[in-house]
Design a binder for this molecule. Structure first.
Ligand code: SF4
Length: 203
């Protein structure tokens, strides 16, 4: 299979992977909402907007799903997002060259809203509340909540939130998809990089 984004999207859809990732995302959202609700925490945007964080994504299946949403935007919206992705990537290159801090709004965030909310990747769904992770063969690690969480709920006792089952299911989905498509290259991209990979004007 060619690695053009349209081919990757078509293969994922034909193989039933979009239905599977939707089920996985729905489970993540449900558990996240339950636990965030337990703290009385809701994310309504803040100065430390996590959409300005440089997140890297590591699965081709999430890439395919995000792009399937992107391709449903109007041509005009796609072009606007691609222009923002260009600016983002220029700024990121500059920050990397100068070893400087990088804060830039994700190119699909418009006026505080994610244009691809239903298609957003896993880390956009799980970020914000304290969590634990116990990958096979490695010790358990704990991660803190975001700055807004710590400011509003940091003194509330930890409510267990284990990300491991979600990571495991995502890795299984990715492994099966890669086996089917023969894709072997490592994958590490920002949302901005994903958009630019579509090449301006595609499809
Ligand atoms: S994909 Fe959506 S939720 Fe994720 S960083 Fe971009 S705008 Fe924010």
């Amino acid at each position: 299979m060619k690695n053009h984004p349209l081919d990757i999207c078509a293969a994922a859809e034909a193989g039933g992977y979009f239905r599977q990732i939707e089920a996985l995302y729905a489970d993540m959202d449900r558990v996240y909402d339950e636990i965030a609700g337990g703290y009385g925490f809701s994310c309504t945007g803040c100065a430390d907007n996590c959409c300005m964080t440089r997140f890297y994504h590591h699965t081709t299946i999430e890439y395919a799903y995000l792009l399937s949403g992107f391709f449903q935007l109007s041509r005009h919206r796609q072009a606007v997002c691609l222009d923002r992705a260009d600016a983002y990537n220029r700024e990121l290159d500059r920050a990397i060259r100068k070893n400087a801090e990088f804060r830039q709004m994700c190119p699909v965030n418009e006026d505080g809203w994610c244009l691809l909310y239903a298609f957003r990747p896993m880390i956009c769904r799980l970020h914000g509340i304290p969590h634990e992770l116990a990958p096979a063969g490695r010790g358990k690690t704990f991660g803190a909540g975001c700055a807004a969480f710590e400011a509003h709920c940091g003194d509330i006792p930890y409510i267990p939130f284990d990300r491991t089952p979600f990571y495991t299911r995502m890795a299984d989905l990715e492994g099966r998809f890669r086996k089917q498509t023969g894709m072997a290259e490592k994958f590490k991209m920002t949302v901005s990089g994903m958009l630019r990979a579509t090449e301006k004007g595609a499809p």
